[in-house]
Design a protein around this ligand. Structure first.
Ligand SMILES: C[S@@+](CC[C@H](N)C(=O)[O-])C[C@H]1O[C@@H](n2cnc3c(N)ncnc32)[C@H](O)[C@@H]1O
Length: 278
């Protein structure tokens, strides 16, 4: 049952400290006093598809500017938040549920010299408290489907945005062949707590008080992306094993393979959406 799902059941979330090993291996020592370039971290810290390019797209869709306040919901290591702050100068709150991803992300932001622009908050979006209208923009990559109670979190996003504020989301959705009988396994593998189909996704955003400006189904694109990602991961096994444990290789491979399996049979799909708060 979804109530018993644990976030660490999703194998992508093993070993938050692994990114520090990857940075060391690519010449960015933790003890170095030289600033860490955001681009160097972006090679590892983007826990979604098409990395920083997708974040650039979100920045353009929303028109984020230096004097804006941005909330990233489900920030992981804070990769998208750092790209937004570095590119636009905006102030970003990177909200993350998992303590290990939150604290590693906060240390990366400090090393990038962005601590004055990106604030890392550890908490659950459903229960964390911010004043109404605190943000000009809310953004989220592959995180909303994790959060239980779609009606509660879409309403809360609306509440936290100023009138006219903008929302950009990339998210997993139920695919056209989503099978309710297999839902328990799929939900556990993906820590999916509120996945719905494409039409319901758009309706839920509208019902929360948004005008949907753009909504694109990303299923085919993400099927190709994840299939290539798995092939590259397998080809680079030796290099990965030179840095990390076999257990981490197996955990990450398991997750990458499951995603390909689910996209391939249309059990899951992808949504990219831009909306304006009414
Ligand atoms: C797939 S990761 C994406 C991270 C980041 N958006 C990125 O693209 O790099 C989704 C993140 O959402 C976080 N998350 C899940 N439920 C959450 C909640 N209720 N509140 C805040 N964060 C949550 C997870 O812990 C995870 O780190």
């Amino acid at each position: 049952m979804t109530q018993t799902l644990r976030v660490k059941d999703m194998k992508l979330y093993a070993e938050a400290g692994s990114i520090l090993v990857d940075l060391e291996a690519t010449g960015h020592r933790t003890e170095s006093i030289a600033p860490l370039p955001v681009e160097a971290v972006s090679a590892f810290d983007q826990l979604h598809y098409h990395g920083a390019a997708s974040v650039e797209h979100g920045i353009d869709q929303l028109g984020i500017r230096a004097d804006n306040r941005v909330l990233e919901i489900g920030a992981g290591w804070g990769g998208p938040s750092r790209v937004i702050a570095a590119r636009t100068g905006a102030r970003v709150v990177a909200l993350e549920l998992q303590e290990d991803f939150h604290s590693v992300g906060e240390s990366l932001t400090a090393r990038c010299g962005l601590a004055d622009r990106v604030s890392h908050h550890r908490g659950n979006f459903l229960t964390i408290d911010y004043p109404a209208g605190s943000f000009d923009h809310a953004v989220s990559w592959l995180a909303l489907y994790h959060i239980p109670d779609r009606a509660a979190y879409t309403t809360k996003i609306h509440h936290l945005l100023r009138p006219g504020g903008m929302l950009f989301v990339e998210d997993l959705i139920q695919g056209t062949a989503f099978d309710a009988a297999d839902a328990e396994t799929l939900n556990r593998e993906l820590f999916a707590n509120s996945m719905v189909g494409a039409a319901d996704y758009i309706t839920s955003i509208e019902q929360a008080g948004f005008e949907v400006v753009a909504a694109d189904t990303m299923t085919e694109d993400w099927r190709t992306f994840t299939t290539e990602r798995l092939a590259v991961f397998d080809n680079n096994r030796a290099e990965f094993m030179g840095r990390h444990s076999e257990a981490l290789f197996e955990a990450r491979r398991h997750f990458y393979a499951k995603i390909v399996e689910y996209f391939t049979v249309d059990a899951i799909g992808g949504m990219r959406l831009t909306a304006r708060r009414r």
